[in-house]
Design a protein around this ligand. Structure first.
Ligand code: ZN
Length: 202
């Protein structure tokens, strides 16, 4: 007796869904079945918006943030401060910073972080364009390194400090410390150490 499984087209759909980040085999099956059976599922608009977004959105040639043919919302904004450049790992890192309202300068998205294990070396990141942007600035700018506090983020920050020191910029790093609303007893040692190092006068 042949063991019954989903028909081929459904298996193909599950196979594609499984490749999405954070979607395991079980979730892929659940999503596929929902797309096939739920009256709320709207496959055509879903497929169309997926293709349209893929077609229309590309990295901004200047900063690496998401851009369309009309340009990038950060680079096109004349009200932003050109004298502050915030360096982040990924284009998606811009969004939480924007939502925080804490920053009104320009961004540079590296497109990743240095990681020998994943074979990511400086040539794979948007480093030459970062150097060009800094050197092309009419006056000295502040370059804020807003990179992750993991090993790769640290390595990337150290690399950039060595590379950019002495160029047309003042280098700073965002502070690392305690999460909002948390007490000292819940913080790990590394976080506490960095919070202590990052202290400022009040
Ligand atoms: Zn841009």
């Amino acid at each position: 007796m042949k063991r019954v499984d989903f028909p081929e087209p459904v298996k193909a759909l599950i196979g594609e869904l499984k490749r999405l980040p954070g979607v395991g085999p079980r979730s892929a099956e659940r999503i596929a079945v929902w797309l096939l059976q739920s009256p709320k599922a709207n496959s055509a608009p879903l497929a169309e918006s997926l293709l349209a977004a893929r077609e229309a959105v590309r990295p901004c040639p200047v900063c690496g943030f998401f851009a369309t043919a009309e340009g990038c919302d950060v680079c096109e904004d004349p009200t932003r401060d050109d004298r502050i450049l915030c360096v982040v790992e990924q284009a998606t890192d811009v969004l939480p910073l924007e939502r925080s309202g804490a920053f009104r300068g320009r961004y540079h998205c590296m497109g990743g972080k240095l990681s020998p294990l994943d074979r990511v070396s400086p040539e794979d990141l948007r480093i030459p364009s970062l150097v060009r942007r800094i050197e092309a600035a009419p006056e000295e700018i502040e370059v804020i390194l807003a990179l992750g506090s993991d090993v790769e983020g640290e390595a990337t920050a150290n690399y950039l400090v060595d590379l950019l020191r002495g160029r047309n910029c003042k280098l700073t790093r965002i502070a690392q410390g305690l999460p909002a609303g948390g007490g000292l007893e819940h913080a790990d040692e590394l976080t506490l150490m960095r919070a202590m190092q990052g202290r400022r006068s009040v």
